[in-house]
Every structure is written in C-alpha cells, then in structure tokens.
Design a protein around this ligand. Structure first.
Ligand SMILES: [Fe+2]
Length: 341
C-alpha cells in the first residue's frame, strides 16, 4: 500500500469538511472531499481509496446508503461515521450497518486522528496478510503445475513441500520453534492410546506437524508481537486453521487430515473457531490435537509470556476438561504424559 493513504470524506457542511481535511491533511493523509453521495461514488470508482469517512444525519439516509454501497460493491473499505446524533437507536443503526467506528460531532482532532490511525493500521495488516496468502498460494500452485510426476511421487513431493513450509514458519515465528514436532509426537502417542489403526496414527502425526502451517500467511509482526494483540490482529491469527486447511487439501489424499487441521482450535463447548462446532461434531483427531497443542503452547516460551512448568500447565488443562477440551481425552492425556497411572 502507498504510504500516503487516500481518504474520502463525505460531509455536507463545508466548514466541517474543511476542518477534517485540515487535521487529516496535516497528518500526511491525502483527502478527497465531497459534499454529495453522487460525487463520492465517482471518486470511489476513479481513485484508489483506503478509507471512507461519511456524515450520517438523523432523517437523511444518504450516509448509510453510502455505507451500504461501499460494502455491497466490495470495495474492501472500512467506513468511519461522523454523526451529531449519538442516542442509542442511531448508534445501533450505524453499527448494525457495518461501520468500523463512529465519531460524535463536533469532531475533536484527537478522536479523529486516533480512529483513522487504527483503521489504517487494520487495513495495512489486512493488505499485508492478503499479499502473503496469495504469494503462498501462488507458490503451491506453481509447484503443483511444475510436477509431471507419478501420483505417489507427487504426493511425496507435496509432503516435503509442506514440511519445508513448516521449517519456514518456525524460522519466521521463533516462539513456535519445535512446537509442531512436539505436538505431532504427543498427538501420535494419544492416537495410539485411543486405539486408532496405524494409518490413522500416521495421519494424525502429519496433522500435528502441519496444523499451524497457515501461520505462514500471517505477518511476522503479528506472530512475534510482545504484549496484547489488537482485536483485528487476533482476527488475523484466527484465520490460520483455514489457511492450513487450504494448503493441506492440495494433496488429494489429505482431505480428511485437512479437516482435522481446520478444527484444531474448536472448543468442546462450541466456543472455539473457525466454525464454533462442539462435542463430537469436532473430529476426534482435532479434539486430541486441541489438548496436545494447548499443553505444548503453555509449556514453551511465547512472545507474551514465559513457559509454565508442566504440572501447572496440566492443572490448567484439567480445569478446562469439559469446556475447552474433551474430558475423556484429558484423562487419557494425563496418563500418556505420565501424570497419572
Ligand atoms: Fe494453531
């Protein structure tokens, strides 16, 4: 994205428009100001706009119509609404329409700059993430196209491509170094203890190795961030199971494995992501992985905290049996890890 973000300001009152343009212009943004929706639509089609600010009145619905227009036209833009009417009904109407933020009029420079800065940071992350994902998908597609091999050889080559992606991820996300391998070992031991057959055990071992591969599509800045993540950064992190699935299902034989990987952050009580499924709706392999993944994450150093000792981590796992984790699998995990006979 260009450094000087382009912001479209739609505001009927010329003195308000000028004040906003002054504040944002002196902060380095390029402003396209308009008084009417018709003019705004023309600008949206002619310029590369990064953010839209629009006035929303009480009876005049032009601002909300513009918000709808931007969303339905898939411009991929966030919209900040400026309004003088901050009663609960109007605020709800604006938020329900999908506005990113709402600023009460009269507009204070500080509120305006803060809101715009946050929206632009979100956009920057979103664009960077999109770029990383499409580069990665391109790489995998190129690899597949370049392969004119026997199916089995092709599969082996794809597995080694995914393995090398795991190494790339571990180099990029220093706090997960060795994480995939340790989870894969725990998952495999659990699969054997559950009584799965050799093919299923091997499938789960690979699922363990590849489960976080989708993090390769997330920027290093977010992965290695010290301190709390912003809501939008957390939303990006939450995409990694879907990206993992997308990569893994490129191998036709890995369809089932890819579904396990997709579900490794689902929670037994339905509070997980990406699908919010619960109980036995979650594939067994994913329920196993959820326990092993959480235990290893807690017992290794992360950018935001030091490793917990194993007893303490195991207590936390036990406390979450029935809510986050399948309680039967927690019992088994205690045995597999040698905490109980
Ligand atoms: Fe994960």
């Amino acid at each position: 994205m260009h450094l000087n973000a382009n912001i479209l300001v739609i505001e009927p009152e010329s003195y308000v428009r000028e004040a906003i343009t002054d504040v944002l212009g002196s902060a380095g943004y390029t402003i396209f100001e308009t008084a009417t929706s018709a003019e705004a639509r023309r600008v949206l089609h002619e310029e590369e706009i990064d953010l839209m600010l629009t006035d929303v009145g009480l009876t005049n619905s032009a601002g909300l119509e513009m918000l709808n227009y931007v969303q339905q036209g898939r411009f991929g833009l966030d919209v900040i609404v400026l309004t003088s009417y901050t009663d609960i009904d109007n605020v709800r109407r604006i938020i329900d329409s999908g506005a990113y933020d709402l600023i009460a009029k009269p507009v204070h420079a500080y509120d305006l700059l803060l809101s715009v800065k946050r929206a632009m940071e979100k956009r920057r992350l979103m664009l960077r993430n999109k770029e990383l994902q499409s580069n990665m998908e391109k790489k995998i597609k190129e690899k597949m196209l370049s392969l004119r091999l026997h199916t089995q050889e092709k599969q082996q080559l794809l597995i080694s491509t995914i393995r090398s992606l795991v190494s790339t991820l571990e180099a990029k996300d220093k706090y997960t170094e060795g994480h995939s391998r340790r989870v894969a070992d725990d998952v495999m031991n659990m699969a054997e203890a559950v009584g799965l057959n050799a093919g299923e055990v091997e499938e789960l071992h690979l699922a363990g190795l590849f489960h976080d591969i989708g993090k390769i599509g997330i920027s290093e800045m977010v992965l290695n961030k010290k301190g709390q993540l912003l809501a939008e950064e957390y939303e990006l992190i939450k995409k990694h199971p879907l990206i993992s699935q997308k990569i893994i299902e490129q191998v036709p034989q890995f369809k089932r494995l890819s579904r396990i990987v997709r579900a490794h952050h689902e929670s037994f009580d339905g509070a997980g992501y990406p699908d919010g499924i619960k109980g036995e709706e979650i594939p067994l392999g994913a329920r196993i992985m959820a326990v092993c993944d959480a235990f290893d994450a807690m017992t290794s150093d992360r950018s935001y905290r030091q490793a917990l000792d194993p007893e303490r981590a195991m207590n936390i796992v036990e406390r979450n049996a029935g809510s986050q984790f399948d309680p039967e699998l927690v019992k088994l995990f205690l045995k597999v890890k040698g905490f109980k006979n």
